[in-house]
Structure formats: structure tokens, C-alpha cells
Design a protein around this ligand. Sequence first.
Ligand code: SF4
Ligand code: FES
Length: 248
Amino acid sequence: MNLTLKIWRQKSAKDKGQMVKYKVSEISEHMSFLEMMDVLNEQLINSEDDPVAFDHDCREGICGMCSMYINGQAHGPDRGVTTCQLHMRTFKDGDTIIIEPFRAKAFPVIKDLVVDRSAFDRIQQDGGYISVNTSGNTQDANSIPISKHAADEAMDAATCIGCGACVASCKNSSAMLFVGAKVSQYALLPQGQVEAADRVLSMVAQMDAEGFGNCTNTGACEVECPKGISLENIARMNREYLSASLKG
Ligand code: SF4
Ligand code: FES
């Protein structure tokens, strides 16, 4: 298929940036979206133009790097997939595709489609861990009984890949789905109880310090999340936060 691409080009964080139009041809419907971008970049390199910078790593929906806004939706029009899992059969011959970076004050553009999501790393560093006794007397995790329901919910929360689509889709640029998932994956398990109160207080404080907005229950984050992280996790984080605040 032949396509027109309108892509956000921005040389650096300081550059104003603009949409630039490109044509690509003979794109197979079996290609992934990123393979189509590779074709464009080969074309640009061959004509001695600057290739489009975009993030990617695993290309199998695990690492959360491939942050692109495609035709006005984070990770494109398909549900439950990341940009790297999106296939060109989703589009039609002759289509125009608009490709932009994830936009949020807390995710400044580094170049073209690459944004700085280190704010997520700093939130994780503020509580996304548990203390484990490594003296040699470590208790076997299997000896701690956990209900099937709690284990399943914790596992669901832990599938968050930190891609940032929730932030990019939210009109408030809220990170509460991401932080809710990270808080929940520990709050649901006995191993997460030791630091539970400190964890939620410091992760939320860091989230606010990074400049993410508040949640107004629009639910766009849940719809666009490639891993199906539920709004339940935001509600759980709010309960954890309230109870930790009252303890303090
Ligand atoms: S909650 Fe979903 S959209 Fe947000 S960072 Fe995690 S996987 Fe991505
Ligand atoms: S490149 Fe890893 S999730 Fe897309």
C-alpha cells in the first residue's frame, strides 16, 4: 500500500517543531507499524535526510518504549496493543496517517517522537520495591499463603509496562493509572505491606512534583492502556493514600 505520513519533527527540546509530510510506497499489510517507520527512515537516510527519531526496544509489547500518538490515539487505533504490535493491515491503501509524540508537560520532547519519560523512573525509585532479607534466612515466597483473587489482581496490576499512554491520553496528563498500578501490585500482596504507607505517600508526592495532573475520572487512560490496567487501581491507590495519611 501507498501512504502519506504527517510526522512531528522537532530537532531538540528547544526547537519549535512542525508537522512534515512524507510518502511511503509498497508497504506490506503484514508489516508492523515500526517496520513501516523503518522503511521511511531508510528512504530518508538514502536521500541524506535526517531519519525520524522514535523509541523502541523489544518490539513485542513488553518494554513500553514505543510511545507514539497515531491518528489522535496513543498506540494507534487498535485496542490492547502497543505501537510495535500494531499492524499495517489496520490501515488502507491511500491513507494519511498522523504521527505525533506522547504529549504531556512531564514528558518533554527530546527529538521528533522521542519523549523523556524519566519522571516514571523517579516515581518508581520512590517506592516501587520491597525490602527482602538476604541474610541467608530468606523465607521462601511460596510459604506465604496468598488468595487466588489477590494474586490475580496483583499480577494484572504488574502487567503495566510504564509506556505512558495513560498520561498521553488524559486531558489532565494524569499519571494516576500508572502509579495506581505500581502501588497496587504491592498493596495486594503480604510482601508489600512493610513499606505500604511510605510507598503510597512518597510515590504520590513524586508524581505531583513531576507535574502530572489530577484524575477527573474521564477514563481515557483505561481505554488507551495497551495492558488493560483497570481504573480499580486508581481507586485502590486513593484508599491506600487515605489510610496512610490518617496513620501519619
Ligand atoms: S497503566 Fe497502561 S498506559 Fe499507563 S503506563 Fe501502564 S501500561 Fe502504559
Ligand atoms: S518496542 Fe517494546 S513495547 Fe513496543
